[in-house]
Design a binder for this molecule. Sequence first.
Ligand code: NAI
Length: 637
Amino acid sequence: MKPNIQQAAVIGAGVMGAAIAAHLANADIPTILLDIVPPKFTPQDEAKGLSPDAPAFRNKLADSGLRNALKANPAAFYAPENAKLITTGNLEDHLSLLGKVDWIIEAVVERLDIKNGLFGKIETVRTPGTIVSTNTSGIPVADMCKGRSEDFRKHFVGAHFFNPPRYMKLLEIISGPETLPEVVGAVARIGEERLGKGIVYAKDTPNFVANRIGMYSMMRAIRVMQELGLTVEAVDKITGPVIGNPKSASFRTADLVGLDTMAHVASNVYDNAADDECRSEFEVPAVLKTMIERNFLGDKTNGGFYKKGADEKGNKEILSIDLNTFEYTPQEKVRFASLEAIKTLEETSDKMRGLYYAKDKAGQFTFKTLSESLIYTANRIPEIADDIVNIDNAMRWGFAREMGPFEAWDVLGVKKSTAKMKEAGYVIPSWVQAMLDAGIESFYKSENGARYFYDVASNTCKQLEIPPQIVLLPSLKDRNKTVAGNKGATLIDLGDGVACLEFHTKMNALGTDIISMMHKSADIVSRDFEGLVIGNHGVNFSAGANLYMILFAAQEEEWDDLHWEVAQLQKAFMKLKYLDKPVVAAPAGMALGGGCEVCLAADRVRAAAETYIGLVEVGVGLLPAGGGCKEMVIRNT
Ligand code: NAI
């Protein structure tokens, strides 16, 4: 195998291929993007002055894929100039270029015959040792390398990116029957270290991990919605953020994916997983079939479960489909006693519990769909993955959920929820029962700074291996590495003479507690440490100053207090800027206003690729007061 991946090629410049090429370019990897020569030379091509031999015609599909990636929203490229790292071409004139690259990624249409034919062509030019991967959503990897040489088969692997590849963290890796472990290792390494992906090792089964479970949940949501007579908008309300799913919940997600694609993915399980005890669930529901027949495919046809419309006054509104009449009507206000009761709860886990154990229709829907989905998922071990950790990671990273299924089950209480499931007539998966019988009442637990998961094969708890390059602040806190702290921030000893200042307020907004910890940390680090890192595990590094606090002080005309607070913030930043030990800020997510000013006060900034940073309060008419304006001037003179 080639030791390092320095150059790549992507074949197929459609939705996925072009976006994968863009993300490789984001990681500074020069990439060749090839597609077929368009099958027909059209009058429109002629009108544009093209000829059948002209590269502009022959490379048209790859070129337009690249253009689409440049226009994509959300952006596929970190910066448009990264596109310069991509060389477009076609599979007839430029096939030999594949002989020079270290990784060939196939992302062409989801058809085994087409993929097989392409691999045959690749084999004629590929240098031995070059990794070839497929982005298939569910075709068995084993079937794809049939007829290929031994060297090809050993270097062939499934590497399934999720859409959009820049933003979705999940990369499923699927070994074929002969894939070398070092090939799996190389793809995992480049995925994790250069492309920022989370790796899940999946087995070569229909739809692999995330789409197998995700599609089951979607099919059940449609059927149970109909059984209980719920509306599309009601189901989205109870399957969205209240249970830790993204705002797009069930049906907005379906519209994004495309109903035809969804039906295709569901059918893949129906057709290929003969032994699945829930196989019939993957038969496309009648309502979905009707919607597809009527071309209600989702966003791509301007209407799916939802459609943009206007009310009588012409104001824009989003209509939802009535699945009895297939007409689009204004959305109903969704009201449930259970939703009302959990409204004021802060934590998703409390909300989810509230809904699951509620008696009204929202509760019944949640109990039924969640229980069935948990049971289905548990029954997929070891079929689709060997352990619960891979499954939880797949569902969190592939569907942007806050919790994986087993983490969610822990939140519901395994003992309590299984008792309710049994009462409702469900059969609890035997290994879950065995776990409970062994006195183990949760899938995960933390002890002395280490995290353990329940290992199905051995019926014991195993420690989660944390790679040495990963620092987990909660684990250090559990091991008494806290140096100082208050409600807003903690200073933690990372070892090697380095301390980390962690913010932990809501949205990591900067208030009195964090400001005082910045002062204190600067003093402690100056005295007892070699350097300071400012970073945290929050979704956002810091959303900036706590504007409520400022507004409140202004409303109360507490001008002296306000003045003192701003002065303290400025002094804290100056203390960090002139500290006699190095300060490194490590932002990720939002670093706005004061969050940006923390970074401006550091000696170095080690930013995650997805960091959104700036003095954005200017946009609402506020002047950044922590010293950020001055730092910007310094940097621009
Ligand atoms: P697409 O339809 O957008 O693009 C497919 C590309 O393949 C087109 O550019 C087409 O010109 C090219 N192509 C067609 N026939 C070909 C041939 N004989 N040889 C070489 N190229 C040919 O498809 P999309 O969505 O990009 O999917 C590509 C692969 O990625 C599929 O295997 C799909 O299952 C998988 N996938 C798709 C996801 C999605 O959300 N669209 C997500 C994850 C995986």
